[in-house]
Design a binder for this molecule. Structure first.
Ligand code: GLU
Length: 459
């Protein structure tokens, strides 16, 4: 069966084939063949590397762990994308996520292709020493495919700066004398990482939402009032209103996005609910996000789960069941947990009018279609969560130049980049009947197709 990404890529190419102003030199039969070639080039990965890591555990047992590196497309630059440590990692998912990286980088004009890696483990089951060994083995097994100008991994779910530091160190050991700072991004600051990288995805997610619901409307109010588009009407109805926000997931993306919302003075915002793998915390007056972050930092990343823990931390909230987050009666739902969270089974329960994808692929294909048909505005992953890879690119550049930017410079570059993408996408989106995801895909696919054509790859 065709995957969700592959089918949207094909639909985007079908739409572009109809548009005679796009690649006008291609006509008739030649055009038909070129677009068929583009479908097959963009909907399949260039390489799928799989390896079983041999890992001796501290209790003397030796285990084999499935690990992947998928290189989807490098027409725009070296493959780029995170390495995920999670028990649900598998080949198909890694291929899908690598394709998303190709589209994400093309959309934001980050000069990288798309890749993704994964190791099928729950990192909580391993000691730091074992995790260090898993990281080293990963680099050893995929060493010939990785590199500063070839394929540059970064953190993803279950990995962070500690793992990237270990991996870069192993890369340096295996390739003595080669440049190594740009071989991995998302490293610690002391080890050549960039200021702002850790916060970048969450900040970018909130920025995109804020820009959409406030700044863009403010600048284009007259135009908005004139157009007859249901998505534009939804966005406009929230302009300058008190907004209630719920955030699914309180990890690196969800907690930073919540904090941005809490401190935001552009919008009248209240984060009324946040959730993690254990609970939902709800307060209709708005949650004290800084105190929740302080609590989670002290308690192995978990939110308070009982009245007792909440009162100890001085936080006022009701404790609900974990999955209640999706059906709350809020205006905005930021999805910053795992993929496939909204699906056929729960899509009818969604009450929010605006969904923002902080995680990659949190909405299944069926649910996506159903919600878009209902007029829900879905800000897709490739648009909203690119902050991480944008700052990864800045880290990669700083590593090459061995010159480092301060935090303000990083955030300015990050927001300028996201703003410029949004400014190209939104006028089109609010002006035509397609959902935002489709607009973003068409945009990415257009750029990728143009370069593939220019580089003579369609013969
Ligand atoms: N894993 C992140 C993502 O899905 C970041 C990738 C990167 O920085 O290369 O976008």
């Amino acid at each position: 069966m065709e995957s969700k990404r592959a089918s949207i890529i094909r639909e985007s190419l079908d739409a572009l084939a109809e548009d005679a102003t796009f690649l006008p030199d291609l006509k008739d039969k030649e055009r038909e063949k070129a677009f068929k070639s583009l479908v097959s080039l963009l909907s399949t990965p260039n390489h799928v590397h799989k390896s079983f890591l041999r890992v001796p555990l501290e209790d003397q047992q030796v285990i084999r762990i499935p690990a992947y590196r998928v290189q989807h497309n490098d027409i725009m630059g070296p493959y780029k994308g995170g390495i995920r440590f999670h028990e649900s990692v598998n080949e198909d998912e890694t291929i899908n996520l690598a394709a998303l990286m190709t589209l994400k980088n093309a959309l934001h004009e980050v000069p990288f292709g798309g890749g993704k890696g994964g190791v099928e483990i729950d990192p909580k089951d391993f000691s730091p020493k074992e995790l260090n060994l898993i990281c080293k083995k990963y680099v050893q097994n995929f060493s010939s495919t990785l590199g500063t100008e070839k394929d540059i991994p970064a953190p993803d779910m279950g990995t962070g700066e500690r793992e990237m530091d270990w991996m870069m160190a192993e890369y340096k050991t295996i390739h003595p004398g080669k440049t190594y700072r740009g071989s991995f991004t998302g490293k610690s600051i002391m080890n050549g990482g960039s200021l702002g990288r850790r916060e970048a995805t969450g900040k970018g997610v909130y920025f995109t939402f804020r820009y959409m619901i406030h700044d863009f409307i403010k600048e284009n109010k007259q135009w908005f009032n004139k157009i007859d588009n249901r998505f534009a009407k939804t966005a406009l109805s929230y302009y300058d209103q008190q907004l209630e926000i719920a955030v699914q997931g309180f990890g690196n993306v969800g907690s930073v996005a919540s904090l941005e919302a809490y401190h935001c003075d552009h919008l009248r915002n209240k984060v009324v609910a946040v959730s993690d793998r254990n609970v939902v915390l709800y307060n209709s007056e708005g949650l004290d996000i800084p105190s929740l972050i302080e609590f989670k930092n002290k308690h192995e990343e978990d939110l308070p789960t009982s009245k007792h823990e909440l009162s100890e931390a001085g936080i006022k909230a009701d404790v609900l069941n974990r999955d209640d987050i999706l059906s709350l009666d809020v205006d905005v739902l930021i999805l910053a947990a795992l993929e496939d969270q909204i699906h056929e089974g729960n899509m009818a329960d969604i009450k929010a009018d605006i969904l923002v994808e902080g995680a990659n692929a949190p909405i299944t294909e069926e649910a996506d279609e159903y919600l878009a048909d209902k007029g829900v505005v879905i800000v897709p992953d490739i648009l909203a969560n690119a902050g991480g890879v944008i700052v990864s690119y800045l880290e990669w550049m700083q590593g090459r130049e061995t010159q480092f930017y301060d935090e303000d410079q990083i955030y300015k570059l990050l927001f300028d980049k996201m703003k410029s993408t949004v400014e190209t996408i939104y006028p089109q989106f609010f002006g035509d009947p397609f959902p935002l995801r489709q607009n973003c895909y068409i945009h990415s696919v257009m750029k990728l197709s143009t370069v593939l054509y220019r580089q003579g790859k369609l013969y």
